[in-house]
Design a protein around this ligand. Sequence first.
Ligand code: CDP
Length: 212
Amino acid sequence: MIITVDGPAASGKGTLAKKLAAHYGLPHLDTGLLYRGVGYLMMQSGHALDDAAMAARVAQELDLFKIDQEHLRSDEVGEAASKVAAIPGVRAALLKLQQDFARQPGGAVLDGRDTGTVIAPDADVKLFVTASPEVRAKRRHIELAARRTPVEYCAVISDIKKRDERDSERSIAPLKPAPDAVLLDTTDLDIEAAFRAAIEIVEAPRAGRTRP
Ligand code: CDP
């Protein structure tokens, strides 16, 4: 079974995808880490984030195992990821790896922005996870504080809105629900409630019900 989980920053998609993967015993790929890896390496080497040829080369040679994952989680790297993710050569370089992951025997869970639209349009279940920008900013604010990289709430929400706009309006693989995705709004749901709702969505066809 292939499950895709797409949605904007801090919507809860990563946590849900991880929990779904553990529940169904499937491998999980956080596709955002790939773009974060490219953004991070571009920043590290001092290249401009709009240097399309260099970014595409970095994407082709990307080896996430060589990067300390802690470096990839900052807001700054998220912002850089969103910039390099709009470069067609970067997306092309990362495509096959993601498609191969999705098509492995037994299936997989992938989360990101375009996993249900571009990477695995034939997925068995597609979730599109959303939440209000305020709630998402609150979650990200807490997450960053826990990682001891405190940022003002107003900076976090402005970054989230900027990133939503950039990710939704880019011409290549924009953030949008696949026509057959099921929307899951987690604004008023804690992790456990969101997980229960996600399981219901995955199980609905097996139980002969239409998806909620
Ligand atoms: O965790 P958060 O949602 O903040 O970010 P992420 O999923 O790690 O993604 C970081 C950035 O990578 C996003 O803002 C997107 O621009 C880009 N991305 C993408 O374009 N396509 C994907 N499949 C995943 C991430």
